[in-house]
Design a protein around this ligand. Structure first.
Ligand code: TEU
Length: 565
């Protein structure tokens, strides 16, 4: 009887924790989980703000910028790994999951950041590297110490096929064989990424439990959720079948291959269910680094019973060309899943959005177009630091300047990811106000004009455009919850849609061409027959009321207006 009562109490407690709360800034209705209307912002901690003068960003640096983040309209920050690490892959090689790397601060600094974050309405999301640890993690040190060590089976150890021959033909995505020979015990261990990042054996239930436990250790500390790193590669075929070799070579000079036996195995979904079960009692959110080839794959990550990731990132958007028909088709497909989308246009692994979508001439305006689009769609956006000021890639020009090891092994075809990880540009003082020391990664000269301080003063800056769109999406009912209705779907140049709530709607019209365009709308079918819209935002500035029968758009111009019944 006592046990039943205790279980009941635990259940009620879990239920209370899981009740979604609504953040004042994030808006939405009270039944929505907080993350549904939150704006997320990825911080690469090495590069955001340095409080010590060592040239590397840190947690106290982030804490000093909470006012900025709140004013920008950010509700949650995802901090890329800040755990103890030898930094072979800049933190994606974790040697202790339950601590903070001294380069970034201490656990006390973390607790302070979280407390200050709560005061600023900014929640903290950490980055959980679930596929592998560092080779200096105590688990791996034990595992490699002998063939019969109790942790041997925490990683993937195998004999070679023959002398000097790895167990199979799998290739590491960071170059070379995915197998590393270890002289201590004369076996190979498996690593999908660098040899210093041995893969955990998720088929071992003790490993899975250890990872679930780690996630809960952080939830108890107040973390609001995790971005889960590299989830698709958690499992490998137990028989280690060779992969099919495809024609051609990749940027590292290795043969192209179909990773059919070590990527996207169905067991991944069991692990995600386990992580979700661990998260639910704390009301935590799971965001996935879900590189997918198609919409069906993306949909799977939500779980057939909504029991996997709440926010699998749509990273397909980052691969699309800046084009009205291309985006229109993709948005329709993502909405077609019936799930709540998670939009991303940039991150620490890919060329910055400003360069990638830009045409080389109108990049600032295109940056505003992208913001107007992905921040007004139905779903939750995840921004990447610096995107809001139009930060640009600053790629190394010589191999000897490359910091990212994949750029060193793959040069010159693979130049690495340093270019998209340069320090945040706060002002026009030396080192862009990021550090008083020598920045770990050089800052592009463009920081003199693309920086927070100057852009705050300029009403037409990319930053003020972002702030305005974010303010609008936090308060406008149609942008928060309205349906997405594509308009003028055969227009080759202008992307137009309605976000429709009960009695009003927001009309978003974006000219994605370098020529002036005219768009006209008849919204009577959608229940809006007044024929006019009240301007909410536009570039360049438009009259306060617009006739829907003729909206004139400048090259790459945007019009956002409200229509009412
Ligand atoms: O990335 C996983 C991944 O497969 C890619 O994004 C990869 O980094 C890219 O293709 C290389 O060009 C995650 C992290 O986001 C990345 O920074 C880490 O290096 C990687 O995992 C290993 O932890």
């Amino acid at each position: 009887m006592r046990r039943i009562a205790a279980r009941l109490l635990a259940f009620v407690f879990a239920l209370v924790l899981a009740i979604p709360t609504v953040h004042a800034q994030a808006g939405g209705t009270s039944s929505d989980p907080w993350w549904k209307h939150a704006v997320f912002y990825e911080i690469y901690p090495r590069s955001f703000m340095d409080s010590t003068g060592d040239g590397i960003g840190d947690l106290n640096g982030i804490a000093s910028k909470l006012d900025y983040l709140h004013a920008l309209g950010v509700d949650a920050i995802w901090i890329s790994p800040c755990f103890p690490s030898p930094q072979v892959d800049f933190g994606y090689d974790v040697s202790d999951y339950e601590n903070i790397d001294p380069k970034y601060g201490t656990l006390a600094d973390f607790d302070r950041l979280e407390k200050l974050g709560a005061e600023h309405g900014v929640k903290i999301i950490l980055d959980f590297v679930v596929n592998h640890t560092s080779d200096v993690h105590p688990w791996f040190i034990e595992s490699r110490s002998s063939r019969n060590n109790p942790k041997r089976d925490w990683y993937i150890w195998r004999d070679g096929k023959a002398k000097n021959q790895p167990p199979n033909n799998w290739i590491s995505t960071f170059g070379g064989s995915a197998w590393q020979w270890d002289t201590k015990t004369n076996q190979y261990y498996y690593h999908f990424f660098y040899p210093q990042q041995p893969d955990l054996n998720w088929r071992n239930p003790v490993v899975a439990d250890a990872m679930y436990g780690t996630s809960q250790w952080w939830y108890k500390r107040g973390v609001a959720g995790f971005r889960l790193d590299a989830v698709s590669t958690l499992f490998e075929d137990p028989n280690l079948k060779d992969n099919k070799i495809l024609p051609g070579k990749n940027k590292q000079g290795d043969p192209n291959m179909d990773n059919e036996n070590n990527d996207k195995l169905p067991e991944v979904h069991d692990a995600l269910k386990g992580l979700r079960k661990a998260a639910d009692p704390y009301g935590a959110v799971l965001i996935g680094e879900t590189w997918t080839d198609n919409i069906a794959e993306l949909k799977k990550y939500y779980g057939s019973n909504h029991d996997e990731l709440q926010m699998p990132m749509d990273l397909m958007l980052t691969k699309l060309k800046f084009s009205a028909p291309v985006f229109r088709e993709h948005i329709a497909a993502v909405n077609g899943t019936g799930e709540w989308p998670t939009w991303v246009i940039s991150n620490h692994d890919i060329v910055r959005a400003w360069n990638r979508y830009g045409d080389g001439k109108h990049n600032d305006q295109i940056a505003k177009d992208m913001a107007a689009m992905y921040l007004t769609l139905r779903g939750t956006p995840i921004m990447y630091y610096g995107e809001e000021i139009g930060m640009q890639n600053n790629d190394p020009k010589r191999k000897e300047d490359v910091k990212d090891p994949i750029g060193r092994t793959g040069w010159p075809k693979e130049i690495g990811r340093d270019g998209e990880r340069t320090p945040m540009q706060w002002d026009e003082t030396p080192n862009a106000g990021f550090t008083t020391g020598i920045p770990w990664n050089p800052i592009p000269v463009t920081y003199k004009t693309y920086n927070v301080a100057d852009e705050l003063k300029d009403p037409n800056s990319i930053l003020n455009w972002y702030k305005a769109v974010l303010a609008l999406r936090h308060t406008n009912e149609a942008l928060l919850d309205g349906d997405y209705i594509a308009l003028n779907t055969s227009d080759p140049n202008v992307l137009s849609y309605l976000r429709k709530a009960q009695n009003k709607a927001v009309l978003v019209v974006i000219n994605m061409s370098a020529k002036p365009q005219k768009a006209k709308f008849d919204l009577s079918q959608q229940g809006f027959s007044s024929g006019t819209a009240t301007t909410l935002m536009s570039t360049p500035k438009a009259a306060s009321t617009q006739k829907l029968s003729e909206i004139a758009l400048q090259p790459f111009g945007v019009y956002i207006g409200e229509v009412t019944k």
